[in-house]
Design a protein around this ligand. Structure first.
Ligand code: HEC
Length: 112
């Protein structure tokens, strides 16, 4: 019992550090929000955040989370429909994730 709790604690803190400490590549910035608003009229930091949270929750179960800038928008639009099915996402969820990864892929690629 003590041991299994300990293990869970290690796993949880590892996941938290992985998400919180990843310096760039995942976290949303003011720049991301501004860019998203030029691409989608209805975009907002809340919606991008929701996309980020879904990305972390739904897309890291089978493999590590890929940094969004690993792929271009074109490539993401090919990959996402396949992964949406694997993750059994609703249309709304897949839209939120799509907007998050594409935004982040743009802003991070500009810095490359
Ligand atoms: C049920 C397991 C599963 C879930 C959930 C899942 N994936 Fe995948 N993903 C895979 C497998 C298996 C591969 C490698 C084989 C393939 O391309 O089908 C993969 C490959 C990928 C690749 C690399 C594709 C390439 O061609 O280089 C990306 C990017 C990716 N996933 C993103 C995502 C995103 C984003 C989500 C959330 C919407 C997600 N995955 C959810 C199983 C999953």
């Amino acid at each position: 019992m003590v041991h299994s709790n300990y293990k869970i604690l290690i796993i949880v803190s590892f996941c938290i550090s992985l998400i919180c400490c990843s310096p760039v590549g995942f976290k949303l910035t003011v720049e991301d929000v501004a860019l998203a608003k030029t691409k989608w009229d209805d975009s907002s930091s809340e919606l991008l955040d929701a996309g980020f949270n879904l990305y972390v929750a739904k897309c890291g179960g089978c493999h590590l989370l890929m940094t969004p800038n690993r792929y271009t928008e074109k490539r993401w639009l090919e990959i996402l429909p396949i992964m949406d099915k694997k993750a059994k996402l609703s249309l709304e969820q897949s839209n939120l994730i799509m907007k998050y990864v594409i935004t982040k892929s743009f802003t991070e690629q500009k810095k490359k």
